[in-house]
Design a protein. Structure first.
Length: 123
């Protein structure tokens, strides 16, 4: 019970650590990528995924994927606008849509595996 109250008040410490680690990765990106990441992050937090609800798990996964993309693109020497294009809002919306779709696929797989397991044991 006390654990639940603490999590409610200060949040999950593991999630906070993961977020801080991710932001350290952002801090070492080239300046243009850092700027773009922070603007896209702000946009995504403001609008949220289209037709979906944004949990911290989804946020971190989605933002980690964006950092991965930016790190790989920067390592290849690509300019940030070559990656995100001139319609950054559209890029952000598509990125969120892909992330939500991926989350739903994982959710469906989880549900299927659990149902198969318990249905087999009941017979």
């Amino acid at each position: 019970m006390l654990d639940s109250i603490i999590k409610l008040i200060i949040g999950d410490m593991e999630e906070k650590r993961a977020y801080k680690q991710m932001m350290k990765r952002v801090d070492v990106l080239p300046k243009d990528y850092r700027f773009a990441f922070r603007k896209i992050q702000h946009y995504m937090f403001s609008v949220g995924p289209l037709g979906g609800d944004m949990t911290i798990f989804t946020d971190l996964t989605m933002f980690k994927d964006l950092v991965d993309l930016f790190e790989a693109s920067a390592a290849e020497g690509r300019q940030v606008l070559d990656v995100i294009g001139s319609d950054v809002g559209k890029f952000s919306d598509e990125f969120m849509r892909a992330s939500v779709t991926n989350t739903e696929t994982v959710r469906e797989k989880l549900n299927k595996e659990i149902m198969e397991k318990f249905n087999k044991e009941e017979q």
